[in-house]
Design a protein around this ligand. Structure first.
Ligand code: NAP
Length: 286
């Protein structure tokens, strides 16, 4: 991802200085016009805007603690493009502030090949000044840069929320693939059908988030009881087919609890009321 960011900036005529732990990878970028720094401190000293995009928070900290980095960072904007947790974002912001730098935390929502598209989503948070100083650069990386506010932890928090959605969808998709392959369905059609459904489903979820925000759970699109029945049907059919039932057992436990709580005639988003309970009450319901 770091190499992709450097390449996109070079293509837009930016002067880019790169450093990478494995020097050979940085040298590849030299052939495309980047300056190669011999140390993290040299890279930091070269530009007013410093972008870090490495494996994780631990790798970031190792780089920031390298000789001369703390002194060189003063007056610069540190843009953290490494995926981190909310607490890690706060810790790096505190480090940046302590050393006189502005801090912006970023959470990239796409793979490297999907960067710099009109719909490329990049979540950022940090001081308004840090955002202003890096906005032009960020817009090179993606057309949908979303500034979430001054609290540096917000981008990482939103990243946890969107990743929860993504991994929930992946689990459901994979269970669907198991249903498909156990019954001889064409999985290419399955993928194509899910892709065709997805934009509309996104709009539906947007509606449901509006319902949660409004706290008005009167049925507006989808009564919860339909989903209770659908998830039970998936579970029963899964048992009939003799395939792994991990996903539908988990899902039906939550939907059945919603039904037991009398939420069936409310909008689907009322499921949040079950999830607001401590986890243990779900275990007891099982
Ligand atoms: N790829 C994606 O689809 C994607 C999407 C969204 C967000 N991101 C985020 O972007 C960040 C980078 O991801 P990636 O896909 O480029 O691959 P990655 O394997 O997560 O990161 C590889 C980079 O981290 C460096 N690195 C690892 N440990 C290090 C250490 N201790 N000290 C210094 N450098 C270290 C590697 O250096 P060497 O070359 O020396 O090994 C390499 O430059 C991650 O936080 C990831 O979550 C990636």
């Amino acid at each position: 991802m770091g190499a992709t960011i450097a390449r996109l900036l070079l293509a837009q005529g930016y002067r880019v200085t790169v450093w990478n732990r494995t020097g050979a990878k940085a040298e590849m970028l030299a052939r495309e016009g980047a300056q190669v720094a011999s140390s993290p401190a040299e890279a930091v000293a070269a530009s007013a805007l410093v972008v870090v995009c490495v494996h994780d928070h631990k790798a970031t900290r190792e780089i920031l603690q390298a000789d001369g980095v703390a002194a060189a960072i003063s007056g610069r904007v540190l843009v953290q493009m490494t995926t981190t947790s909310p607490q890690e974002a706060k810790d790096t912001e505190a480090w940046a502030r302590e050393h006189g730098a502005d801090y912006l935390d970023g959470a990239i929502q796409v793979a490297p090949d999907q960067m710099a598209q009109p719909d490329t989503t990049i979540l950022v948070s940090g001081t308004g000044e840090a955002y202003q100083r890096s906005e032009k650069f960020l817009k090179v990386l993606g057309g949908n840069v979303t500034y979430l506010g001054e609290n540096a932890a917000l981008a990482a928090t939103m990243d946890l929320a969107t990743l929860s959605y993504v991994y929930g969808a992946i689990l459901g998709f994979m269970h669907g693939a198991r249903i498909g392959e156990s019954q001889g369905l064409d999985l290419e059609s399955y993928g194509a059908i899910v892709a065709a459904m997805s934009p509309g489903f996104g709009e539906f979820l947007k509606h449901e988030s509006g319902v949660i925000r409004s706290s008005n759970y009167a049925v507006s699109q989808s009564p919860l009881k339909i989903s209770v029945e659908a998830v039970d049907r998936i579970l029963k059919s899964t048992h009939d087919m003799g395939i792994n039932d991990g996903f539908p057992v988990y899902a039906s436990r939550i939907f059945r609890q919603a039904d037991a709580d009398g939420l069936g005639n409310e909008e689907l988003a009322a499921l949040i009321k079950v999830l607001r309970k401590p986890g243990r009450s779900l275990e007891q319901a099982a």
